[in-house]
Structure formats: structure tokens, C-alpha cells
Design a protein around this ligand. Sequence first.
Ligand SMILES: Cc1ncc(COP(=O)(O)O)c(C=O)c1O
Length: 497
Amino acid sequence: VEPASNNPWLYLRLAASIEEMIGRRLLRPGDRIPSVRRFSMEQRVSVPTALHAYAILETRGLIAARPRSGFYVSARSADSLSEPDPAVSLLKARALSPADPFESLTDNMARDLVPFGVALPSPALLPVGKLTRTMASIGRRLGPAAGDYDFAPGCLALRREVARRAAAAGCSLAAEDLIVTLGGTEAINLALRCTCEPGDTVVIESPTFFGIVRQLREMRLKALPIPVDSRTGICLDTLDRATRRTRVAACVLVPNFHNPIGFVMPDARKRELVRLLGGRGIPLIEDDVYGELQHEGPRPRCAKAFDPDGSVILCGSYSKTLSPGYRVGFLAAGRWHERALGLKKIQTLAGPTLPSLAVAEFLRNGGYDRHLRSFREACRRQVEETRAAICRYFPEGTRISRPSGGHLLWCELPGNVDSLELFREAAAAGISIAPGPVFSSDGGFRNFVRISCGHPWSSRLDQSLAVLGRLARKQARIPGAEQRREHPLRLHSAAGR
Ligand SMILES: Cc1ncc(COP(=O)(O)O)c(C=O)c1O
């Protein structure tokens, strides 16, 4: 009996088989593919099922219909590269292996490599000079008090500004709801420690920001990875099923301009997420460090905006927008506020006074908004240039995310490419990348890399992507990948860091 046309496994499998033929160049750009009717007969499926498979390929930009002529394989362009597949998850909570693949990535950060591996903007794009001058003038005004502790909950002027800005993300917060933290990292750390005990299970996205995986490992928490859709975020059906059968202590997500994929969860899904977790008594830890980096239009709302009772813990930071070295972040811990404050007092007691005051002043006097206007546009341009170059140089079959904010790209390379090997070869050629497995709790995403587009586009970056493309093609054993030795590439001093 032929399965029904709305059987997703069937049409997804059919779409995947054609996609594979395109990836292996058995079908090339411009080739005509069989008509829907012929394909349905060949595959012994109904016409609607075949049509469904073609619609998927069309949405992904892999094929295009020509009027009265049929379907053709699309020419490759940045816009026609399809997006990475959602990960398949085993839906089992696991203790994390003690090996930390991130270690070699941090080693590479310290070296002077072409910076595709580091999720940071170029200092040339940040208002470092203005912040330094603001800090100096505040320091002169305060005199010796500039050297004081900034006791938790931290700088009131900053908390007022953060609360004011939170309104644009749909959140109703007061200064009293906030704690100043040492970057987003400390905010996530406090949130996890408020809500979890060693041995507990925590839901994470698959893939997710490696800092989250590292914190779970360090706190002896188990990870329950849930696949994400590359456009709409965590799969709510799977989350629903998983949290019905496993006791989960918390859920840590990056719903806005996700690291590494770049999606934004639509508002309706954020609302549904908060409702689902709230109904099961599971706190949501929302990491929003990229939330203000939309490429155009208004800033996306936070899941916290849909939180009726303080069950969402919001973590933010100015590392990605102003200065990673100031270590200024914040935490709105909702129901766990008092506990978080107590932990913060034990953990770090206080923060540095001047950086918080400088950031507060920059937010207050409009400098931050002016900076964001040009910075967002720079991120958008850089992401576009990088996508186009990846399209020029990377092997056929490469898929790439389509972020609407931030400066990160997630690339799926052909299945036989080993990104850890690519990471080593690229480093030897003077280029850093972030290999897929660091974004996973179980060594997955072996053929994925994250490429950061935080630096102004240059011929140096273009050449480096050409080198990476050649290395990837060589691994994928695609004809035309020369066996030549790659020479180390170095970026020019400050602009290249
Ligand atoms: C999603 C995400 N959260 C948190 C952080 C850490 O931010 P911070 O440098 O403010 O500690 C990063 C840094 O890469 C990140 O990508």
C-alpha cells in the first residue's frame, strides 16, 4: 500500500535522494529533472507525494520550475545554497565526556590567525575609543572612588539602562530585577547554579553555543540535546515528548540569532515554548547576547516577554556589541533573583566599577544606539560577502545557514569532510575556524564548521576562504582540489584580530 502523501518521512527521503544526486554532481546546475508524474511512477509514490518532495527542494533553492518546461537544477549562488539539516537527536540525556574539544580552539584564539573561528566582532568595528574616553572622564570625576568595589547587584545606573532597553524586547523589567554580571558567561553560570544540582538533566539546543556545553560539563550536569530547525529554532514537538518522559531541571536556549545557526524563533513559538516549559515547571534560561544585532527592522522580542510568572531567566551581555574585554553582562533571574544574588556575592562579591559606569553612560547618551545602527549594517554586509565567497569556493553539496542577525554562519560540508581535521589543516595554513563537534554534547556535527564574519571584508578574508574551500574539497575528494601546499595567511595587526 502506498503511504499517504502527507507522510513526511517518505517525501523527505525522496527529496534527500535527489539532493544527494545534486551534491554528488550526478545532477548538475541546469540539468532537467524528471517530471513530477514520471518521478512518481519511477518511485512508486503518488503524484502529491512527488510534488511535496519537489516543493521541499524548491524551497531550499536546489531546483526551480520553468514555465511549461519542468524542473531544473538551480545554478549555484549564495541564495540557492540550502540550509543545514536539522540534527537528528537520540533524545537521551547523557553525562558529558570529560574530553573538551574546545581546548584547542582557545589555543587558536590566542594565536594570530585569520579569525573565522572566533565569534567576536573586529575591534575596528567597536567604539573602543569612545568608551575609553568615557571611562577616563568618569574616573576623573569619581577620583579615588573609581577604584571601589561595585557590590552585587551592581551599578544602579547600568541596571536602569538595561531595564529601559529591555522594553524594546517586550520585557517589563525594573532595575531591582537585574544583577550586573561578568559577561554573559557569568549570567549563564549563575542561572544554572540557581536551578540545577549536579547530576540533573538540562535541555540544550543541538547544535548549541559551546560555552553552554562546557558549563554543563564543569557542573556535572547531563545534557539532553534537542534538534533545531535552521529557521525557527528548537523543535517544540520533540521538546514536548522529551520533557514528558525525562525529568529536566532547566532548559538553556539562544532563541535570538542563535550561535551557531543564526535563526530567530518566531514570537508564536517563543510563546508556545514558555507555555510548554512553564506547564512542566521547567525554568527557561534564555541567552540573548546577540538579540540587538538584527540586520534590519526591529529587534526581536525575547522569550522573557511571554513569561507570566518569573520562570524565564534572561542572560545578556555587551561583549558582542560594545566590548568583550569590559566583561559587562546582566541577569534577570525572575523567581530565582534572591538565590542568584546570594550566589553572585559568594562567587565574585563585586564587579569592576568603571566599565559598568562607562557602558551605562554610553547607553544613556545615545552613543550605543548610534553605534548599533552602523554596526548592524556592517554585520549584514560581512555575512553576505562571506556567504557569497563560501558559495564560490566550498565543495558542491555545502549547505549554509541564512541568519537575519549577528555575524555567524553555520556550514554543513559534504559528509566525508572531518571538520576537526579541517580545523588542524586550516590552523597550519594560518586560519582559524570553529569545528562542528564543539557545538555538540556528544561529538556530533563532525562535517560542520562555524564561520564567524565579525571582520570587515577584505581580499585577505576572501583568499582565506579560497584556501579553506580547497582544503575541504580535498577532504571531500572532489576533482579539481589541488594538492598544493597552503601557505600561512596572516591578517594585518589590529584590524585582523
Ligand atoms: C551565545 C553566547 N552566549 C554567551 C557568550 C559569552 O558572552 P560573554 O563574552 O559576554 O561572556 C557567547 C560568546 O561567544 C555566546 O556566543
